[in-house]
Structure formats: structure tokens, C-alpha cells
Design a protein around this ligand. Structure first.
Ligand code: NAD
Ligand code: UD1
Length: 333
């Protein structure tokens, strides 16, 4: 299939482009390079041996996007492009609502104009808010606590509404849990700007000696060791979830929703220990107060994706830690 991948040079997008090529699809990338680098395109070529068509285009500039639709006929869109920093979204809500929501509306208008009837959307476990229990199923109640999460929840609703008048439109909402790791080539991975907010990128900077120690946000949660528990999933497994979701394309209109997680929860200290063991590198840490807005436990029930997409995460925590570290070591300080 010919697939438009918005945000295709970003962390999850670049790994998905690699897996799409390996599966025999033809991805076309558009990205405004706000949070990614053009060099990633060459790295994708190095990994796959294939050239990928790239457009520097912006969701907020419909003319630049229309060129992409004029020059290609897409079977489906995989829509990663968006802003994703939770803390920043609290400070800059308008920027988040404009980029993520107005940008997606612009994209949907072009899909309508050019007759593209399938969209796979990057949603997040953040739409479950503070879940009443774990593991989390797709039919759990939804709520959010910050503008980033609200953009995901609103976009899920907007995309769902579009399927009411357009009976041929297929919307696939993929709710990601916590992606970490990197392609095993070590060529592509996650490279956040500034001081990272998320656990694995922070550990990486401590292990590289850039930051002195990890702050563990709370050890008094109701969890086995008191630290927060999350469902960490290898980004390559997550990418393969998108390839699997393409099976649902052109199966009639409507909305399909899937959790993409492993179903296993690990605590912050589990991750620190697993990282140290896998890579033989020390990660000094200190217990700090809880981070505002954090929940004790969040992990998926991934049964639906297994049953309907034939997909399940395969890579274990040791592999995630090794692959994250291989990529991190390739970065210049
Ligand atoms: P990323 O920042 O690495 O990738 C997003 C890409 O979109 C970047 O390359 C950026 O330059 C591009 N982009 C942003 N705004 C754009 C615009 N207006 N026009 C064109 N391109 C634009 O992020 P990621 O981690 O790869 O996440 C991809 C998607 O998955 C996002 O929608 C994110 O919210 C969602 N998500 C990510 C996580 C996570 O933990 N990484 C978890 C759940 C959901
Ligand atoms: C993040 C996002 C959330 C998204 C989810 C899945 C934030 C604030 N939230 O949350 O919107 O849905 O990923 O992609 O970015 N931790 C530390 N020290 C650190 C960093 C994190 O102890 O320096 C702990 C946290 O308290 C948490 C765990 O590590 O228990 C994971 O944190 P993080 O990587 O930020 O992910 P989420 O909290 O799940």
C-alpha cells in the first residue's frame, strides 16, 4: 500500500517507516522537522536500502500539504505529526490545540478532498487519565489532566465523528503505552531536546554522564516497590503494531481502537536495575517527591490487538535497554 506518514522522521514515525518498507509497503513522509532531523532520511535508507519520498510540509500550512496529496494517491495515512511534551502543553495550550487539533483538521480536509478513506492515529494511554484498575482495556472511561492529553482525546472524538456521515471512512485509534528502545542498527532512536521529562531518555543522559543522577519521583505508591509502574514497549514492536493495523484498512468504515502495550508493568527501579544489568553501566539515583499528575500504575490489556490484529509485543526489557543504550552512545554530547 502507498501510505502517507505524517511526522515520519520523528521517533515512532521513523521506526514505523522502516517496518513499512520491510513489509513491502511504500511510505511517503511529510514532516516539518520541528522535532526531527533530515539526516534520519539517510539513516532509513541505510537500514532498509530504500529511498523514501520526503516532503518538508506543515500541518498548519495546507498549501504545502496539498502538494503531497496532488502528487500521490494514498491508500492510508498514518498520522504521527504533533507536539507531545506534557509540561510544555500546560504552558502553551494554544500552541498545542492549534498544532495538534487544527493541524489534524487540515489533514482530514485534504483526505476528504482527495478521497483517502483510511487513517491510523497516534493516540496515547494518557486518554485513560487515572484508571480505576489495571490492566487497562479499551472500553475504560476516558479523561485527561493536561492540554496534550486533551488534544488526543478531542482528536479521537473528532475522527470518530467523521465516520458518521462518511460510511467508508476507517479510523484506527492506536493508544500507545510507553515506547522506549531503538532500531537494532543503532542508527535511529529518540533524541529529546534539553533535559528529558521521560524516564528512559533521562536514564540515558545520566548513563552518558550528562546529568548527575536520576530523580525517582516517589517511592510511596501502592506498587510492589513503591515506585511508579508503567508498560514499556519496544518502539520496533510499536511500529509493527501499525503494520498490523493496516490489515483493518479497507474493511468497511467505522472506528477501531487498540491498546499497543506489552501487558506487563515495570517499576522505575525495575528499569534502573534492568538497564544497569543489560549494559554494565551504573545509574545513580535519588528518591524525590512525587511528580504532580503521576499515577501509580498504568499498563495495558493488549488482548484486543492480539485477537483482531494478530499483533503482540515480542521484545523483552533487556533488549529495550540494550537498544536504547546502543543508540544513546552514538550521540555526541
Ligand atoms: P516526535 O516528536 O519524535 O515525532 C513527531 C514528528 O512530528 C516530529 O518529527 C515533528 O517534527 C513532526 N511535527 C510536529 N508538528 C508538525 C506539524 N505541524 N507539521 C508537520 N510535522 C510536524 O514524537 P513521537 O514520540 O515519535 O510521537 C509520535 C506521535 O505519537 C505523536 O502524535 C505523539 O503525541 C504520539 N505519542 C507518543 C508517545 C511517546 O511516548 N513517544 C506516547 C503516546 C503517543
Ligand atoms: C508519559 C506522558 C504521558 C504519556 C505516557 C505514555 C509525561 C508527563 N507524561 O507519562 O502523557 O501518555 O508517557 O507515552 O510526559 N520518572 C521518574 N523520574 C524521571 C522521569 C520519570 O521517576 O526523571 C517516573 C515517573 O514518575 C513514572 C515513570 O518514571 O512513574 C515513567 O515516566 P514517563 O517516562 O514520564 O512516562 P509517563 O509518566 O507514563
Amino acid at each position: 500500500m502507498k501510505i502517507l506518514v505524517t511526522g515520519g522522521l520523528g521517533f515512532i514515525g521513523s521506526h514505523t517507516v522502516v517496518e513499512l518498507i520491510r513489509a513491502g509497503h511504500e511510505p511517503v513522509i511529510f514532516d516539518n522537522l520541528y522535532n526531527s532531523k533530515i539526516e534520519t532520511l539517510d539513516k532509513i535508507k541505510k537500514i532498509t536500502g530504500s529511498d523514501v519520498k520526503f516532503y518538508k510540509a506543515d500541518l498548519l500550512d495546507p498549501d504545502s500539504m496539498e502538494t503531497v496529496f496532488k502528487e500521490n494517491k494514498f491508500d492510508a495515512v498514518i498520522h504521527f505529526a504533533g507536539l507531545k511534551a506534557v509540561g510544555e502543553s500546560v504552558q502553551l495550550p494554544l500552541r498545542y490545540y492549534e498544532n495538534n487539533i487544527s493541524g489534524t483538521i487540515n489533514l482530514c480536509k485534504l483526505m476528504e478532498k482527495y478521497g483517502c478513506k483510511n487513517i491510523i492515529f497516534s493516540s496515547s494511554a494518557t486518554v485513560y487519565g487515572a484508571p480505576k484498575s489495571v490492566p487497562i482495556r479499551e472500553d475504560f472511561p476516558l479523561s485527561t489532566t493536561n492540554p496534550y492529553g486533551t488534544t488526543k482525546l478531542f482528536l479521537e472524538r473528532i475522527l470518530t465523528d467523521l465516520t458518521v456521515p462518511d460510511k467508508d471512512l476507517k479510523v484506527i485509534l492506536l493508544r500507545y503505552f510507553n515506547p522506549i528502545g531503538a532500531d537494532e542498527s543503532g542508527l535511529i532512536g529518540e533524541e529529546p531536546n534539553g533535559i528529558p521529562n521521560n524516564l528512559m531518555p533521562y536514564i540515558m543522559q545520566v548513563a552518558r554522564g550528562i546529568l548527575p543522577e536520576l530523580g525517582v519521583f516517589g517511592n510511596d505508591y501502592d506498587t510492589p516497590d513503591g515506585t511508579g509502574v508503567r508498560d514499556y514497549i519496544h518502539v520496533t514492536d510499536l511500529a509493527l503494531g501499525h503494520v498490523a493495523a493496516l490489515k483493518r484498512v479497507n474493511t468497511g468504515g467505522g472506528v477501531d481502537i487498540y491498546n499497543l502495550g506489552t501487558g506487563t508493568g515495570y517499576s522505575v527501579l525495575d528499569i534502573v536495575k534492568a538497564f544497569e544489568k543489560a549494559n554494565g553501566v551504573k545509574v545513580p539515583y535519588a528518591i524525590k517527591p512525587r511528580r504532580a499528575g503521576d499515577i501509580a500504575m498504568c499498563y495495558a490489556d493488549p488482548t484486543k490487538a492480539k485477537e483482531e490484529l494478530g499483533w503482540e509485543a515480542k521484545k523483552d526489557l533487556e533488549t529495550m535497554c540494550k537498544d536504547s543504550w546502543r543508540y544513546a552512545q552514538s550521540l555526541t554530547k
